[in-house]
Ligand binder design. Structure first.
Ligand SMILES: NC(=O)C1=CN([C@@H]2O[C@H](COP(=O)(O)OP(=O)(O)OC[C@H]3O[C@@H](n4cnc5c(N)ncnc54)[C@H](OP(=O)(O)O)[C@@H]3O)[C@@H](O)[C@H]2O)C=CC1
Ligand SMILES: N[C@@H](CCC(=O)N[C@@H](CSC=O)C(=O)NCC(=O)O)C(=O)O
Ligand SMILES: [Zn+2]
Ligand SMILES: [Zn+2]
Length: 379
């Protein structure tokens, strides 16, 4: 096939022109990668709740028109000047959480957050010239989360791309771009759940189920899943949930129910919904003296959390996690290898496979609670 290196590529992408409106499939011009950038042919992308949250106009950083998508896998088409980390033909997973290994954050040893490209990705552009690489009929279209994987080709920063084993099926490992690592890492890296701990998980979507999987692997003795959909009871069991509670079937606040069932509260809780009232419940269902609650869900613009400070004075700990605390470029390839060795689930989270032309149906499935992950086949 003729090389496209250095040329503008015209391809199909799902464009979000404005909040709360369906995406439309457009012919998008994708400029060549500049210094420190990589152009990736996206093979498969999944939808994460965060894409829906931004499309619904709930993200304070949301900019329109944009190309959403951040949970994907593909193959490097070309690289810009100075890029040595990857080369054309490499199999990669774009990583919305970068890892430059040079900035204050990367060198701190205390966080997986990276400061290198975040100021640019937060405003929908590339760091090199603070411009977008996408246009539709000459009109610039914003990037999203530094990934924009709802396009057949995308341009990402080299620090935001993980090279992975070519043995791994791209249509499965696209899920390792966000939801599964977030849940596993929330348990293993952020909370550091110990064997025999008790765990409560609020929201049994992909992220919550991955928390259950991680908690089971960590040796938790009780894993309580809480969801408003009774169908999540049997589904949760497959991922490690040992007890299921539907708050709709209880009169008392859910934290009181959990405290009553666990001799004073759980050792660890995880909020995997993005609802600030549930974040409070998740904190308050933790055991006095040591219980730790991890906020995973992303709350809408303007929302704030609250509790009585006494909850913290008496030893409960409130934390949050981004991408499960995983260092993306270093650890995503390790997660892919774990999948290949059957040490973590991935296939089990895929409930739907759809062509790009049906991407709006994938959003509908998510909104109606009928899917875990829908994988979009880009070609
Ligand atoms: N911090 C991070 O790095 C990341 C955060 N996220 C965030 O994590 C959250 C979960 O993502 P994802 O798993 O993709 O989302 P899903 O929508 O698949 O899962 C959320 C689950 O919570 C359930 N739910 C909704 N309201 C309640 C409630 N009041 N009580 C109990 N359960 C409830 C939903 O049920 P139903 O479907 O019936 O509504 C659904 O099963 C989102 O906020 C997402 O933005 C995602 C990835 C990374
Ligand atoms: N843009 C929002 C916050 C969105 C957010 O919290 N994103 C998560 C990842 S969600 C993935 O599906 C995250 O890791 N944030 C850290 C980051 O550096 O973006 C807002 O402004 O509130
Ligand atoms: Zn996500
Ligand atoms: Zn960095």
């Amino acid at each position: 096939m003729a090389s496209t290196q250095g040329q503008v590529i015209v391809c199909k992408a799902a464009v979000a022109w404005e909040a709360k409106k369906p995406l439309t499939i457009e012919d998008v011009e994708v400029a060549p990668p500049q210094q420190g950038e990589v152009r990736v042919k996206i093979s498969y992308t999944a939808l994460c709740h965060t894409d829906a949250y931004t499309l619904d106009g709930l993200d304070p950083e949301g900019l329109f028109p944009c190309i959403l998508g951040h949970e994907a896998a593909g193959i490097v088409e070309s690289v810009g000047e100075g890029v040595t980390e990857v080369q054309p033909g490499d199999h990669v997973i774009p990583c919305y959480q970068a890892e430059c290994r040079e900035c204050k954050f990367c060198k701190s040893g205390k966080t997986n957050l990276c400061g290198k490209v975040r100021p640019a990705t937060g405003v929908g552009v590339m760091l090199n010239d603070l411009k977008s690489r996408f246009t539709v009929k000459g009109q610039p279209i914003y990037h999203f989360m530094g990934t924009s994987t709802f396009s057949q080709f995308t341009v990402v920063h080299a620090v935001s791309v993980a090279k992975v084993s070519p043995e791994a099926p791209l249509e499965k490992i696209c899920l390792l771009g966000c939801g599964i690592p977030t849940g596993l890492g929330a348990v293993w890296n952020t909370a550091k759940v110990e064997p025999n701990s008790t765990v409560a998980i609020f929201g049994l979507g992909t992220v919550g189920l991955a928390v259950a999987e991680g908690a089971k692997a960590a040796g938790a003795s009780r894993i309580i899943g809480i969801d408003i959909d009774d169908n999540k009871a049997s589904l949760g069991e497959k991922f490690g949930v040992t007890e299921f509670i539907n708050p709709k079937h209880h009169q008392k606040p859910i934290q009181e129910v959990i405290v009553g069932l666990t001799d004073g509260g759980v050792d660890y809780s995880f909020e995997c919904i993005g609802n600030v009232d549930i974040m409070r419940s998740a904190l308050e269902c933790c055991h006095k003296g040591w219980g730790t609650s991890v906020i995973v869900g992303v709350a809408a613009a303007g929302k704030e959390i609250s509790t009585r400070p006494f909850q913290l004075v008496t030893g409960r700990v409130w934390k949050g996690t981004a991408f499960g605390g995983f260092k993306s470029r270093t650890q995503v390839p390790q997660l892919v290898d774990k999948y290949l060795k059957k040490e973590i689930k991935v296939d089990e989270y895929i409930t739907h496979n759809l062509p790009l032309s049906e991407i709006n149906n994938a959003f509908d499935l998510m909104h109606h609670g009928r899917s875990l992950r829908a994988v979009i086949h880009m070609w």
